[in-house]
Design a binder for this molecule. Sequence first.
Ligand code: ADP
Ligand code: TRP
Length: 323
Amino acid sequence: MRVLSGIQPTGRFHWGNYFGAIRQYIDLQTEDEAYYFIANLHALTTVRDAELLRQHTLDAALDLLALGLDPERATLFVQSDVPEVSELCWLLMTGAPLGLLERCHAFKEKKAKGLTADAGLFTYPVLMAADILAYHAEVVPVGEDQIQHIEVCRDLARSFNHEFGETFVLPQAKVMTAAARVPGTDGEKMSKSYNNTLEIFADPKAQRKQIMRIVTDSRPMEDSKDPESDHLFQLFALLAPAEAREEMAGLYRRGGFGYGQVKTALADAAEQYFAEPRARRLEWAAQPKRVREILADGASTARDKASTVLHAAQRACGLRVYR
Ligand code: ADP
Ligand code: TRP
């Protein structure tokens, strides 16, 4: 099974990114082929500061390595290091119906807010389709919000195959149902755009303070509460060992506890959960040359694969007259 996913370097990764996407990358890297990339071309639609984009890209590489992405097993690279994908994007663009792209949520939401969108944001799902199709990826681990984009990818691949003959493999999205929508500190979906994130590599002291400020309801302490519908419990459940989770669920059902107690337990669990990656991140940060080599090797492997697929697609649609 061939697995692929990309993540945008638009800021420091948060728990939603980890439990919704990155953890699956790590779990799936033992499959026969796994490709993971830092989607800097996509990030360019929002990050318009060169130094910041470079910094976020390197941070993303360090974060992924620290979290357990193993370059011996998976191919890790930076999206813009594989120019074949941008060429393939044009081929797909010529067959992408405007109506299909108008329905995509990133563009639709921006337009609904009365903001002016650019062509990059509008055609963003086509580039994402090229990312996936260029490697004949079969499985794409992502969070719930990306399912629509995988559907667009399948539509574009299906219509190209129909017009020009079997060229692309149709991918499947793989969503972790237990963490499809990790809540943020305000109970809404955790997202950089909502300013409600808990970062994976935050300073533990600062993060503890942030956790203490998580919004909770004002029901009396002694009331029995349903753990599954409480965002504080949902966060705790992601991080805590099974036994502690069961114990906490029992406490919720019995009542007679304070949210402050849950917050302290959550901060402790988070500190423990990410302690090893935090130590590994320091080790990776001390080896910039090795990280550069990993990304260069990854790009070279990815280019080999992507150029084979690009050439086949070019031949299928009548480009490449002599080859
Ligand atoms: P953000 O919303 O913070 O900008 P991204 O859109 O860059 O995050 O998401 C990167 C990956 O993490 C995607 O696969 C996305 O589906 C997943 N993801 C982001 N936020 C969450 C969340 N709150 N719950 C589950 N998965 C998430
Ligand atoms: N659009 C994805 C996101 O915002 C990132 C991405 C780009 C991606 N290309 C991809 C994800 C290809 C999976 C496959 O999270």
